[in-house]
Design a protein around this ligand. Structure first.
Ligand code: PHB
Length: 386
């Protein structure tokens, strides 16, 4: 072989290895979501939405390829600290994304706070995450439990209800949802005659439904989601309550659940930061892309996953992919208007979306927009010192 050819081959080999050496390390994302149990469908929708947004960036953020490390958290708070520690300490993820269940998210927020790891919460509404536990490295793309619940308290009053019974799973999300509803409902002169609950993720509703029938309130307010929401709506109708006592809920009651609930969900009023018929160009484009990619319709969880990735993309671009620059990451996200399918929103000082809460009604298997219940609603962020 001629000398100049050898030199050329050597130069090419060197260039190749140099460009390999210079390719930035993959950006490691720890996805901690439920893939089994009553919230499994919610975890899948969040991951789908997240991946769709990453795909819209050509599969990379700030020039870094993405590597996912996935954990099924089973919506089990007792396993959450171990699960999140593995992601942070063993897998060395650059950012944590999770979870759905408030108890799991609180454990994630504690580890994020202690280790300084970036955390983006794509669902769990635990008020404390953007309240007393708020931190510069913790962000939420979804809602606080207080937000949709408070709005429904006002809606129930406006519809003339004076006496309500509440029913939910007994854990942070259910308790806080009921508390938010109570705050608005009592402020306007309403009265809660009884709070009913059962342990998560139980679905033995019969005795509680019998109690509702005998209490005869004007309305029932409820927080259930996923598989439990499907069964509750069906059982409520089967018990003959639906025609006599209006059932109101935080919108999770009917989001991602309508195919399984069928006619038993028809007519239900709920409040949430998303609806199926917003009809904006932004939402239409998102819904079309999601349906094409996944052969199913998006729901609020898909939107929240998509927006969690938008928050990451905005922060990552600002620090040119160097996620160790936490202060610059936060400052870019704090200034950003997130172009969400739900409508544009900004984060509060405590890093929770300030957003419109919609009143929706189930019609023909869709959560149809009725009106904006409260415009630009900010969580009070009680206890946040930031
Ligand atoms: C929660 O645990 O915070 C939670 C779970 C499911 C939802 C909403 C909130 O749909």
């Amino acid at each position: 072989m001629k000398a100049h050819r050898i030199a050329l081959i050597a130069a090419c080999a060197m260039a190749a290895s140099l460009s390999q050496a210079q390719a930035p390390a993959k950006l490691k994302i720890g996805l901690m979501l439920p893939y089994t149990g009553t919230y499994a469908a919610l975890g899948i929708a969040i991951e789908n939405g997240f991946r769709l947004q990453i795909a819209e960036h050509g599969g990379k953020l700030a020039g870094r390829e993405i590597e996912f490390v996935k954990v099924d958290d089973e919506s089990d708070p007792s396993k959450a600290t171990d699960n999140v520690n593995k992601l942070v300490k063993r897998d060395n993820v650059d950012v944590l994304v999770g979870s759905v269940h408030s108890g799991v998210a609180m454990a994630m927020a504690k580890v994020a706070k202690d280790t300084g790891t970036l955390l983006i919460v794509p669902n769990a509404g635990a008020d404390i995450v953007t309240g007393a536990m708020c931190a510069p490295n913790i962000f939420r793309s979804s809602f606080s439990n207080w937000q949709p619940a408070y709005a429904m308290g006002e809606v129930a009053l406006a519809k003339g209800a004076k006496k309500a019974v509440t029913i939910t799973h007994k854990y942070a999300a259910g308790d806080e949802s009921v508390k938010g509803f109570r705050e608005a409902f009592e402020k306007g002169g309403g009265q809660i005659v009884k709070d009913l609950s059962l342990p998560f993720p139980g679905v033995e509703f019969q005795a509680l439904l019998t109690e509702i029938a005998s209490l005869k309130p004007d309305v029932v307010y409820t927080f259930f989601a996923g598989g439990a929401a499907v069964k509750f709506v069906k059982d409520y109708a089967a018990a003959g309550l639906k025609k006599n006592i209006p059932l109101y809920g935080a919108g999770f009651l009917t989001d991602g659940t309508l195919d399984a609930q069928g006619a038993d969900a028809d007519g239900l009023f709920t409040t949430l930061h998303y609806a199926d018929s917003l009809g904006t160009p932004r939402d239409n484009a998102f819904r079309l892309a999601y349906a094409k990619t996944y052969k199913m319709q998006p729901d609020v969880y898909a939107v929240q996953g998509y927006d969690a990735a938008q928050i990451l993309a905005i922060g990552a671009a600002a620090v040119k992919g160097d996620l160790s620059k936490k202060a610059e990451f936060a400052s870019a996200v704090e200034k950003a208007k997130i172009d969400s399918p739900r409508g544009p929103f900004m984060l509060s000082k405590a890093h929770n979306p300030v957003q419109d809460i919609y009143l929706r009604q189930v019609t023909s298997k869709e959560n149809k927009l009725v009106s904006v219940a409260i415009k630009g609603l900010a969580d009070p962020a009680r206890g946040c010192k930031m």
